[in-house]
Design a protein around this ligand. Sequence first.
Ligand SMILES: NC(=O)c1ccc[n+]([C@@H]2O[C@H](COP(=O)([O-])OP(=O)(O)OC[C@H]3O[C@@H](n4cnc5c(N)ncnc54)[C@H](O)[C@@H]3O)[C@@H](O)[C@H]2O)c1
Length: 332
Amino acid sequence: MAKEPVRVLVTGAAGQIGYALVPMIARGVMLGADQPVILHMLDIPPAAEALNGVKMELVDAAFPLLKGVVATTDVVEACTGVNVAVMVGGFPRKEGMERKDVMSKNVSIYKSQASALEQHAAPNCKVLVVANPANTNALILKEFAPSIPAKNITCLTRLDHNRALGQISEKLNVQVSDVKNVIIWGNHSSSQYPDVNHATVMTPSGEKPVRELVKDDAWLNGEFITTVQQRGAAIIKARKLSSALSAASAACDHIRDWVLGTPEGTWVSMGVYSDGSYNAPAGVIYSFPVTCKNGEWTIVQGLAIDEFSRKKLDLTGQELTEEKELAYSCLS
Ligand SMILES: NC(=O)c1ccc[n+]([C@@H]2O[C@H](COP(=O)([O-])OP(=O)(O)OC[C@H]3O[C@@H](n4cnc5c(N)ncnc54)[C@H](O)[C@@H]3O)[C@@H](O)[C@H]2O)c1
């Protein structure tokens, strides 16, 4: 028997990431090749015409899994009945703007969208925040949607995770699918810590630690980390636009693993509400290694953290605490 359609909200759907993301969802990349979907697309009135153009293209693509499209500038209509919400819309930092001004715009967007989701989304709706500052936007959403369980609100660090896998695969000249268990700790910003201390590669003679195969700690502790941290800026420099297809693909990976589960023996990175695991600050959205089963994520516990890593976990945690304070100062 055919499955009931799942309603997926994409905010900022007329933007770059939205344009790459909605066809992936409609093709089953996010929720599976046998899962029908109804897309809810939200954008703001100046983008209404472009949004309608995206809707026209979705119709023209004749996706078999796509059972309906809602394209709207009305946040209540957009949020009604959604089972998954991918929050891509936000206010970008423009030249000459202070951090506080950008934060203030996003705090007010995420505060109002939190209320709309809380009141109108399906019970147990899973939320993924992509728009920057992703961790803190997700925290604001959580604070202003108190009836949505904190475990249902996450932010995207899977793009950084995938970038780290990609760098290791290029360095070792191995398939990216043979590399696993890198970790992105902390903030989706340049303070994030891409950690390979527990990562492995599948080789013809079994699983081997990345450090043992790379045999270059200076690269792993230096250029590798900065390349992953600065990859977003490098894409902007090359494309004159920020990363979109890789961000859309990572958003699909994030939701797919969350809903359908991570493979045995594999973890992924997700920004989740911190309980203070690994002495990260509690009460911020912090990226941890997680496994997923039955639609729930669990932080992987008990990994050894050396002194080098400790400093980096603390540094990115500190930045998140400061971002939280800045966000709260915008509320008053
Ligand atoms: N977490 C990550 O890994 C990651 C990666 C890449 C980009 N991003 C972030 O994702 C966001 C989107 O990137 P993009 O390249 O698609 O940007 P974009 O400017 O092309 O698109 C953003 C869209 O959001 C819309 N929007 C603005 N305010 C809105 C609101 N209140 N409600 C609904 N829609 C609204 C805009 O009209 C626009 O269509 C940015 O904040 C970017 O920094 C995050």
